[in-house]
Design a protein around this ligand. Structure first.
Ligand code: GLN
Length: 489
């Protein structure tokens, strides 16, 4: 394979800065790679060839410099891009061209990052396999009969198949970390409010968080610093600087760190090969000088049910804006009909089954008479989960667990079984409910030859801790080279 494709983002930026290679050459190599393999992987919904080359030329002209200037990126299609189609994986937004850029897109453009295109995802980020995309599923580069995870499976599949060195995902219940785990890549969910949500199409606003996908921990950290930091246009944005994640990724030292192993995440439903790699990863941390203890977080057992009340409730409200009047699709508007009829026909035609299921669940949970029993109760559980985290972080610096109970599942296997699909996010959801940062770093292959992820969870605004642990793991296991074991595409 072309060495420009296998290089890390850090290496590419250095070679572009020293003029050893041009940003245009780097962009073209990746566009050619997309043309060669994406028919099989289906990571991209839209490739912006002209926009990518124009941005690369700006970098080559010396107009923009920086740690990732000239580096190509795969952008999840839930982030709005001025003049570039944005669908969130839904028919209801087909043909919509946003009139503005998300804050993180502005920041990436200003940093010289070259956005190659928009990546596939479950509709409105609801799902764990990309099979709920209105545009067909993405495939896992490790095994094309399997899912690359979801909802951001497109970005992770693009990074894992060398179509882009870095990507952007969004994580409401695990959609950055779970795809990272099952594709053998790195995915980080920053602290809630640490990265602007302005221009992120809302699913569940109290949980949604954008973050980096990459093949190395350092690349993820560099991207994190570029997109992170306060944004006055997002009222939930934290008014503080980005935690020192790049410095942490460069100092892979865990000696003296206190690591807590969450006792809830094992047992039935966990693949033995996943648990074996996880136990080995913990042993490695201990060997590197970390102290390890078991930590019980009893309310984590209720995270999944609480999430499936809170997230659909917020979604039912957020998705009310797709009313056939303001964006994208309009169906049944043939003269003698009411606005309500057009709205109903459009929403019926434009939303897929999973999105409808969530709207119905959420509307029910918020309805008068049930509000306290469902939504109110779920919010109380959310508080108890945050207290579990707070108590744990009095004793340990980070918590660790497997990122997912199993390796990548087969396309079709869970698509008609919502409960089985939801279980893919069993270990990732607590951090979203709490708001703290969490990351997945590869920790080897399971017995089935598929990648396993180690999840590292840290306290709110202590994102640097998870990068430290992940960088140590990567250095000890050589997990930045894991993808070399994937069958060639
Ligand atoms: N799979 C979870 C869901 O379907 C999480 C999705 C996400 O993080 N966007 O809601």
């Amino acid at each position: 394979m072309n060495a420009l494709l296998t290089a890390t983002a850090t290496e590419l930026a250095a070679r572009i800065a020293s003029r050893e290679v041009s940003a245009v050459e780097v962009a073209q190599a990746h566009l050619d790679r997309i043309a060669e393999v994406d028919e099989k992987v289906h990571a991209f919904l839209h490739v912006d060839t002209d926009g990518a080359l124009a941005q690369a030329r700006r970098v080559d002209a010396g107009e923009i410099t920086g740690p990732l200037a000239g580096v190509p990126l795969a952008l999840k299609d839930v982030i709005v891009t001025k003049g570039v189609p944005t669908t969130a994986g839904s028919r209801i937004l087909e043909g919509w061209i946003p009139p503005y850029d998300a804050t993180i897109v502005e920041r990436m453009r200003a940093a010289g990052i070259v956005v190659l295109g928009k990546t596939n995802m479950d509709e409105f980020a609801m799902g764990s396999s990309t099979e709920h995309s209105a545009y067909g599923p993405s495939r896992n580069p490790w095994d094309l009969t399997r899912t690359p995870g979801g909802s951001g499976g497109g970005s992770s599949a693009a990074v894992a198949s060398y179509q882009a060195p870095i990507g952007i995902g969004t994580d409401t219940g695990g959609s950055i970390r779970q795809p990272a785990a099952v594709t053998g890549t790195v995915g980080a969910k920053p602290t809630y409010g640490g990265v602007s949500r302005y221009g992120l199409i809302a699913f569940s606003s109290s949980l949604d968080q954008a973050g980096p996908c990459a093949r190395t921990v350092l690349d993820a950290a560099l991207l994190h610093e570029i997109i992170g930091g306060h944004d006055p246009r997002d009222s939930t944005s934290i008014d503080a600087g980005v935690p020192p994640v790049v410095e942490a990724a460069r100092h892979a030292d865990v000696s003296g760190m206190r690591v807590g192993v969450v006792t809830q995440f094992k047992g039935d439903g966990y693949q033995p090969g996943v648990l074996a790699r996880f136990d080995e990863a913990v042993a490695v941390l201990e060997k590197l000088g970390a102290t390890v203890e078991e930590v019980s977080c009893p309310h984590f057992d209720y995270a999944l049910p609480a999430y499936y009340l809170i997230a659909p409730s917020e979604a039912s409200s957020n998705l009310a804006r797709y009313d056939a009047m303001r964006y994208g699709l309009r169906v049944g508007d043939d003269g003698d009909v009411s606005a309500e009829e057009v709205m109903a026909a459009t929403r019926d035609a434009g939303f897929g089954a999973e999105v409808k299921r969530r709207i119905i669940l959420g509307t029910y949970a918020l309805s008068a008479g049930y509000y306290d029993a469902y939504y109110g109760q779920a919010q109380k559980v959310r508080t108890l989960i945050s207290r579990d985290f707070a108590a744990a972080f009095e004793r340990v610096d980070v918590l660790v667990s497997p990122t997912t109970p199993t390796t990548a599942f087969t396309l079709g296997e869970r698509v008609d079984d919502p409960m089985a699909m939801y279980l893919a996010d069993l270990c990732t959801i607590p951090s979203n409910l709490y708001g703290g940062p969490a990351l997945s770093v590869p920790c080897g292959l399971s017995d089935d030859g598929l990648p396993v992820g180690l999840q590292v969870m840290a306290p709110v605004q202590a994102d640097e801790r998870m990068y430290r642990v992940a960088a140590a793991m990567e250095a000890a296991l050589g997990s930045d080279r894991l993808l070399e074991k994937a069958p060639a595409l």
